[in-house]
Design a protein around this ligand. Sequence first.
Ligand SMILES: Cc1ncc(C[n+]2csc(CCOP(=O)(O)OP(=O)(O)O)c2C)c(N)n1
Ligand SMILES: [Mg+2]
Length: 331
Amino acid sequence: MNSVSESLQLEMYRRMGLIRHFDQAVQKLFNSGRIPGSTHLSIGQEGEVVGACMALREDDYMVGNHRSHGHPIGKGAGVNALMAEILGKATGVNQGKGGSMHLADFSVGSLGESSIVGSGLPVAVGAALGSKMQGNDRVTLCFFGDGASNQGYFHESMNMAALWKLPVVFLCENNGYGVTTPNRRAAALEDISARAAGYGTPSTIVDGQQCLAVYDAVTEAVERARGGDGPTLVEAKTYRYHHHSEGPLYDNMTYRPDEELAAWKLRDPLLLFRQQLAGYLGAAELDKIEEQAQAEIAGALEFAELSPFPEPEEGYTHLYRTPIAVYGGEL
Ligand SMILES: Cc1ncc(C[n+]2csc(CCOP(=O)(O)OP(=O)(O)O)c2C)c(N)n1
Ligand SMILES: [Mg+2]
């Protein structure tokens, strides 16, 4: 942990701030009826998102899920095109055709997200297999939830990645719930990481509210993957402050106690990170980083608002085999 440079730590804090302000802005957009469908926020989970993403090289791959506005930001994506995508604008990362649950920014190795729970796992394994077959040393990081770990996808992906020693890091964001079902009522074991032993795969549990602890754990897993020793399952214990998705549906639901939420808020990832940096960085400097993050998101909102919607005929493009260059690769 001591080897993490000051500039990297500042960048971590900046990206956590960007994710928080991005999602707060999305919440407002949703509440004002500007986002069709549903949207899932990761407020409270920023520590594990940024810690894991920043353990990657810029040209490594990352696969997200349905709660994934933060994952591309953690990987270094610009916020303007992400916000435009949320509003379905032509300037969005996917020309406005993906929306909240299907962000992808190939320019930073963000391969995509999907609303089908668990479906990112085989995509990540496929990307890792591709790296191995192409003989490059890129690692793929795959985010998925505790709920997704009960899907067949998880088990098949773990098995194949372990068997073929593929360069993939499985990052389980265990926020304790799948929609309103507590994990203890969906899985026989408390720790998802224990399942890795069944596939001969190393695993670790990490405090997901501590960005640097996640960074350390994922750095080790990435080294293992890049060194040809195969996958690792990293389980980050974390919590989402918002309900599963936005909207009034969950307002009066009592599936989780108020005290539980309050206790997790005391361990807010931005707060904990600030405390850690406070030894050598003043509050004023940290405030400035956060204000800049807030201003960047305000700029992204303006960019998105001013952008046009796609033309109707665009509905017929990018449907089949329209190639997109990834990292300057051959088409
Ligand atoms: C295959 C499939 N089954 C069910 C759903 C409905 N669904 C959407 S999100 C979700 C829970 C996911 O929980 P988890 O994987 O823990 O992620 P979290 O939302 O907690 O981040 C469910 C059941 C779905 N989208 N896809
Ligand atoms: Mg969950």
